[in-house]
Design a protein around this ligand. Structure first.
Ligand SMILES: [Zn+2]
Length: 269
């Protein structure tokens, strides 16, 4: 296959003596050298060049925007500046870098994908689980708590659904688990000559339980500590040292549960 007169060739990759043409999904041609593809990529397999054959054209599934960046990682030049590119393009570039094993691009994309965790947790979670970045998957998964389940399942690849749902269910059960933790405990401070029996624990417990019921899972993730502190202040819990000791232990337990178990406990990432 050889380019026709109306072929659009990327101006950055238009070597006259190129020995292979890469055609993007949207039809743009990139005239490049086999030796560069072989030197900078483990995963790109160019078809063999036959004797006296016209220059070979290879059709790829990536867009020209992705290939224009990726191919700049595959020749002797400065790496392209990708810090300000749109996230969708970055995600596609990261995917292509992994697919063709372009190591220089893999590392850089990984850094910028990590920067997208809070704004694009589902896309980064998909990327992290697919390519085995367990720490990144854990970081992303916590940001998906409280999101609409249907939206999450639409965005995540099917092979991740079960592990994410298990993680989600664990979070849904967290309020019940926390309320069971201290439900049987009461402050036993009895009345003595100087003070009445303590009644604050029940009120404190009720306030925490009410916050759990009223606030969503996302609030529990982000505000766990403040839910307890607000309830402590509202019930003047500091008047009773025994109540404060119980509340501190409960709060520390709750805060520790926010990050445990991690998402990868439920996945194979
Ligand atoms: Zn008390």
């Amino acid at each position: 296959m050889s380019p026709s007169d109306d072929t659009v060739i990327c101006s950055l990759f238009n070597a006259k003596d190129a020995d292979i043409i890469i055609r993007s999904f949207d039809g743009i041609h990139f005239r490049v050298y086999r030796r560069d593809l072989e030197a900078y990529s483990e995963g790109f397999v160019a078809p063999p060049c036959g004797n006296n054959s016209p220059i070979e054209t290879v059709q790829l599934s990536e867009t020209s925007g992705v290939l224009k960046l990726l191919l700049q990682f595959m020749r002797k030049q400065r790496q392209p500046d990708i810090k300000d590119i749109e996230f969708e393009l970055l995600a596609d570039l990261a995917e292509a870098a992994e697919k063709y094993e372009v190591y220089a691009a893999i590392q850089l994309c990984n850094i910028y994908m990590r920067n997208g965790v809070s704004e694009h947790p589902l896309q980064v979670l998909s990327y992290a689980t697919k390519h085995g970045y367990a720490d990144l998957a854990n970081e992303c998964a916590i940001h998906t708590i409280g999101m609409d389940v249907k939206q999450v399942l639409r965005c995540l690849p099917p092979n991740v659904h079960v592990s994410w749902l298990q993680f989600h269910l664990r979070w849904q059960n967290l309020p019940h688990e926390l309320l069971r933790y201290k439900s049987a405990i009461q402050c036993r401070r009895r009345a003595d000559g100087s003070s009445p029996p303590c009644t604050q624990w029940s009120e404190f417990y009720a306030r925490v339980a009410e916050s759990f019921a009223r606030k969503g899972l996302k609030a529990l993730r982000l505000q766990m500590s403040s839910i307890f502190l607000d309830a402590e202040n509202a019930t003047d819990l500091s008047d009773c040292s025994k109540c404060m000791s119980l509340a501190n232990a409960w709060r520390n337990h709750a805060v520790s549960l926010v990050n445990h178990p991690k998402y990868t406990t439920f996945s194979e990432c």
